[in-house]
Write a protein that binds this ligand. Structure first.
Ligand code: UFG
Length: 330
């Protein structure tokens, strides 16, 4: 039995690969390396450079490696880019997922774990959000993920095929053993940018909007450590292999932090102020979103190990330092 990890050279995918390697699980990565980095993949897994939408390629990988489960990370994830280039998102996230699901059905792969997002809820009327909140995506990125979740639901009804859609809240931090982390060039995430500023790689951090309906006016998000998220995938895999039915689950801690609180935490870690400017809201952004994680805890027995913003910030900073060194050696 082998797990096919699409996008396994990417940020979250590579953390799952290391966890699979630690567990002695067989896995194979399919990644087109558009944003992923080859060094992020543990040596125990093969890398096949290619596209998840390539039906022939994926069918061959499934057959050659005796794949029984697919964990599908590959896709585009930048919210403002999805607003300016929606077709990229409907191709990379929706159309490619359709192809991948089809190959699974045709080749008898019954277990599918999908990287969904809190963005499927749009701007929730109240927080925390439970999984039965209606879909209300606020940007094409969110819509592209909703469409895939809807396909999965229909396919699970029609075929011998089950899935877990994990709705990620804001993923941050890095592998405590510093084997991988957020390495995507030009990543736009708050903590990535803040760390680059802390390390002198950028001049300043811009806060996108201070006029949200939140305690300090800046955006509030539920930051989850990437290693806890990788564990959620591992638990989802056991769940599906033991006959679990199709389900969507929130992945977050149930706590919100504002942009200013994240900056203050990093300032505590580095012991100095960061250069910060305030600017207008970013297109496609919402004010506040926090997970209700009751379901994932009860159904998968998932328990976070790294639920501490300071620890998340520190691990992300340590990785950013390691990455700068790695990049300078390349
Ligand atoms: N922010 C800034 N300045 C920056 C970057 C971000 O102020 O330079 C703010 C944003 O406006 C937002 C918060 O920091 O309020 C978090 O922004 P991120 O870009 O880090 O993350 P998003 O909430 O926009 O989106 C992320 C992922 C999505 C995922 C979503 C789930 O990029 O893939 O979390 O909530 F769907």
């Amino acid at each position: 039995m082998t797990v096919l990890v699409s996008g396994g050279a990417g940020y979250i995918g590579s953390h799952l690969c290391w966890l699979l390697a630690d567990q002695g699980e067989e896995f194979v990565v399919v990644d087109n390396l558009s944003t992923g980095r080859e060094f992020a993949i543990p040596p125990q897994g093969d890398l096949i450079v290619g596209d998840v939408g390539d039906i022939e390629l994926i069918a061959n990988v499934i057959k050659q490696h005796n794949v029984d489960a697919v964990v599908h990370f590959a896709g585009s994830i930048v919210v403002p880019e999805s607003v300016s280039d929606p077709l990229k998102y409907y191709k990379n996230n929706t159309a490619n997922s359709r192809n991948l699901i089809e190959v699974c059905v045709e080749n008898g792969v019954k277990h599918f774990i999908f990287s969904s997002t809190a963005t499927v809820y749009g701007e929730p009327k109240k927080n925390p959000v439970t999984e039965d909140f209606p879909f209300a995506p606020f940007n094409p990125y969110g819509t592209s993920k909703v469409m895939t979740e809807m396909m999965l639901k229909d396919v699970a009804f029609a075929h011998d095929f089950d899935y877990v859609a994990l709705r990620y809240f804001n993923v941050a931090g890095a592998d405590p053993k510093k084997r991988t982390g957020q390495s995507t060039p030009n990543a736009t995430h708050l903590l990535k940018i803040a760390n680059q500023v802390a390390l002198g790689q950028r001049e300043y951090l811009e806060i996108f909007g201070e006029d949200y309906d939140t305690p300090d006016g800046t955006g509030v998000r539920d930051y989850i450590h990437v290693s806890d998220l990788a564990e959620a995938h591992w638990s989802a895999l056991q769940y599906l292999r033991s006959g679990g039915e199709a389900i969507a689950l929130n992945c977050g801690y149930g706590k919100g932090f504002s942009v200013r609180e994240v900056i203050e935490t990093l300032e505590q870690v580095i012991g100095r102020k960061l250069p910060v400017k305030t600017g207008p809201r970013r297109p496609g952004d919402i004010g506040s979103i926090i997970a209700d994680n009751t379901k994932i805890k009860s159904l998968l027995g998932w328990e976070p190990k790294y639920d501490d913003l300071k620890g998340i910030v520190e691990s992300a900073l340590r990785w950013e330092e390691a990455l700068a060194q790695k990049n300078s050696q390349d």
